[in-house]
Design a protein around this ligand. Structure first.
Ligand SMILES: NC(=O)c1ccc[n+]([C@@H]2O[C@H](COP(=O)([O-])OP(=O)(O)OC[C@H]3O[C@@H](n4cnc5c(N)ncnc54)[C@H](OP(=O)(O)O)[C@@H]3O)[C@@H](O)[C@H]2O)c1
Length: 238
């Protein structure tokens, strides 16, 4: 039985992906701060889920989590970092930017590093990070979130390069969703996919060991436009 660790599985994309993996026969270790939601997921397929309550901003607890999991499971095939936060911050209030930096940057690097080194030690593994279409350009309403996603995308590409050069068989995938209907998306907007649909496409990208995947697929078009549109035009529409 393959083992997957989903960091940030209590809701949204992480939750739906965890369910797909469990249906496919994985043992899925699900984490997040909201233990009650994780227990509800476990109740749907108790033999496939293992709950570990974890706050990724507690960096020592992340280290303990990984050493406990290595003792308990010996190997982990797939690790997905789906934890993320981000709020609009019109007045540039520091207290609003900080959690985004802690969760999406500091903790992401902590988990990516723990995962990569675990894979190096065991000789193989697949790391998946969820950045965003937001990684491509800036945004005046949600500056820390967009910048944190650019950071994640770059960091993941660096790890992908490392994996390619490694003697171990390490794959790294950067998932770049557009709008997905979760609490993080703050309301409805165009081309919004359900979390179920997003998870299905993410799982397909994982199975094909893609370097990068836009979710849903049509967001590739938006990515193309964002990469070429001049800032003088972009700021009028965002
Ligand atoms: N929804 C979108 O439109 C969209 C678009 C592009 C990218 N993304 C990215 O997709 C990822 C998943 O987000 P989502 O849309 O599925 O939103 P979500 O439903 O709010 O899920 C976020 C997950 O992050 C976890 N999390 C947040 N802070 C955490 C912490 N300190 N410690 C541990 N876990 C923490 C939450 O668990 P707890 O609260 O239980 O801790 C939850 O499971 C995020 O990285 C997000 O940036 C989303």
């Amino acid at each position: 039985m393959k083992t997957a660790l989903i960091i940030g599985a209590s809701s949204g994309i992480g939750k739906e992906l965890s369910k797909l993996l469990a249906e496919d026969g994985y043992k899925v270790i699900i984490t997040g701060r909201r233990g009650n939601l994780l227990e509800e997921i476990k109740a749907s397929k108790p033999e496939n889920f293992v709950v570990k309550v974890n706050d990724v901003t507690d960096l020592n607890a992340c280290e303990t989590l990984f050493s406990d999991l290595q003792n308990e499971f010996k190997t982990i095939d797939l690790i997905v970092y789906s934890s993320g936060v981000g709020d609009p911050n019109y007045e540039l209030v520091w207290e609003k930017e900080l959690p985004t930096l802690q969760t999406n940057v500091i903790s992401a690097v902590k988990i990516y590093g723990l995962a990569y080194n675990l894979f190096r030690k065991q000789g193989y593994g697949h790391l998946v990070g969820i950045s965003s279409i937001a990684s491509i350009r800036g945004n005046r309403h949600v500056p820390a979130y967009f910048a944190s996603k650019a950071f994640q995308a770059n960091y993941l590409e660096s790890l992908w390069m490392k994996g390619k050069r490694s003697k171990a068989e390490i794959y790294v995938t950067d998932i770049q969703p557009g709008f997905v209907d979760t609490s993080l998306a703050l309301g409805t907007t165009f081309w919004m996919a359900s979390a179920e649909k997003a998870a299905k496409q993410i799982y397909a990208a994982i199975k094909s060991k893609k370097k990068k995947s836009y979710i849903t697929k049509r967001w590739r078009l938006v990515a193309f436009v964002l990469k070429i549109v001049p800032s003088s035009l972009l700021f009028k529409f965002t």
